[in-house]
Design a protein around this ligand. Structure first.
Ligand SMILES: *Cc1c(COP(=O)(O)O)cnc(C)c1O
Ligand SMILES: [Zn+2]
Length: 427
């Protein structure tokens, strides 16, 4: 059953035993989990996967947890929604939304990576778990820690949305807000991790944590009926999810679950107010110049992305591209997804939708090929971002005559005429 063989440095290849280490002692490169793919090929089939519960653990041979999973038993396997109304709006033929806004238990893609990190923390015998977070990671670590009965310390920037803050403190961790941005929080946490020896999901457990993001890619392919989409648009913050989605597609071929052949083109989406990876991509350089974030998309506001280089590499190797969009475009993206597909995402998702629209308009993504948009977080946590932009309810007394009068005064747009289905547009 054991399919994990150790850790190796992504840069110099030096091998390490499975332990809470994340940086190579030889060259400071990041460490990555190694698997015995030949053995996984023998053990795993599409049928075995299909026979398992609908959670991210259905791909457990490709995840770095040796024993029984300890937490996150209901995380992952979120809907892949065929988005025909959004497709019609964008003028494309085949479009899907991979919807982690309804991930269990804290409504973002972070429940995937945290399921692995906390299971691993328990395996290593830690009694205290922690993280540096832009919000969603804080929600997920504190929820999983509560469920596992672990002590928990959370570090966040002081300017987060109320939904993200209460969505952390409700689980009872010790929550510390830092006067500064995420990059300041992260720097402090590296020092705390060294000094206090706690399990930081995204620092010393990072090699294990990041592997959880592969499940997002596995699920897209399985839910499409074991088929690759041609284009996948992924948001980028620290740069965890995008390279791991690319790795997921590669691994499916490596273990024989998918035939060899072309893999999807992958596109990175950032907010214009924090787009260091897009800048490097557009400038055709590997050098990522850190920026000071200024955007409403706080969950992806990381000015100095730890794995930005690997995002560039995965995007370029796949033949994809990337774009940045402004805060007003992000809000339009949130509204567009809500009003065409009934999915309420946070600014990170609005960014991904708006970037997809831009890439289609630029001709970077062809209109007649299959596209997946990665929706990674939930809009109910970030009400502040859209509060000024949405229509207020119309207030009346509980009298039919009052409603009659109101209805007569409404414009066609207020009556929702534009939202009626035109059957021609659906396929
Ligand atoms: C963390 C996060 C991301 C992506 O972050 P990476 O560090 O690049 O993996 C995207 N969307 C949301 C909502 C997030 O919370
Ligand atoms: Zn090394």
């Amino acid at each position: 059953m054991d399919t994990i063989t150790g850790l190796t440095c992504r840069e110099c290849g030096h091998a390490y035993p499975l332990s809470p280490l994340h940086v190579c002692e030889m060259c400071f490169g990041p460490l990555e989990v190694q698997y015995d793919y030949a053995s996984i090929r023998q053990q795993l089939s599409r049928e075995i996967i299909a026979s398992r519960p609908a959670s991210l653990w259905r791909y457990r041979e490709l995840l770095p947890v040796a024993g029984e999973p300890q937490v996150g038993l209901h995380s992952g396997f979120t809907p892949l929604v065929k988005a025909d109304r959004l497709a019609a709006h964008l003028g494309v033929k085949e479009l899907y939304v991979k919807d982690d806004s309804v991930n269990h238990p804290t409504f973002s893609y972070k429940d995937r990576v945290v399921s692995i990190a906390i299971s691993k923390a328990i395996e290593f015998g830690f009694d205290t778990v922690s993280c540096a977070s832009t919000g969603n990671l804080a929600n997920s670590v504190s929820a999983h820690a509560a469920r596992a009965g672990l002590r928990c310390f959370i570090f966040i920037p002081a300017n987060l949305e109320q939904g993200k803050v209460v969505g952390t403190t409700i689980y009872g961790p010790c929550t510390v807000a830092i006067r500064g941005n995420y990059d300041d929080v992260n720097r402090l946490c590296s020092e705390i991790a060294d000094k206090y020896g706690w399990a930081f999901a995204n620092i010393n457990l990072r090699p294990y944590y990041t592997e959880g993001a592969k499940t997002y890619g596995f699920e897209i392919v399985e839910q499409l009926g074991w088929r690759f989409p041609q284009h996948v648009v992924v948001p980028t913050a620290g740069g965890t999810i995008l390279p791991k989605v690319a790795k997921a597609f590669e691994e499916l071929q490596q273990v024989g679950l998918m035939e060899s052949g072309p893999r999807p083109k992958i596109y990175t989406a950032q907010a214009a107010g924090c787009a260091p990876v897009i800048q490097a991509l557009h400038n055709e350089t590997d050098l990522i110049v850190p920026v000071k974030p200024k955007t409403i998309a706080k969950s992806i506001a990381i000015g100095n992305p730890a794995d930005g280089y690997y995002v560039l590499r995965a995007v370029r190797d796949s033949g994809g591209w990337g774009e940045a969009v402004t805060d007003p475009e992000i809000i339009q993206g949130i509204q567009l997804l809500a009003q065409t597909e009934g999915i309420f995402t946070e600014p990170a998702g609005g960014t991904t939708v708006a970037v997809t629209k831009k890439l289609i308009e630029q001709g970077r993504i062809p209109r007649d090929e299959s596209i997946v948009i990665c929706i990674t977080g939930n809009g109910y946590k970030t009400i502040e971002a859209v509060l000024d932009q949405v229509r207020q309810p119309l207030l009346i007394e509980a009298r039919l005559a009052d409603f009659d009068q109101l209805y007569a005064s409404l414009s066609a747009e207020q009556k929702g005429e534009h939202q009626k289905i035109n059957p021609e547009e659906l396929h």
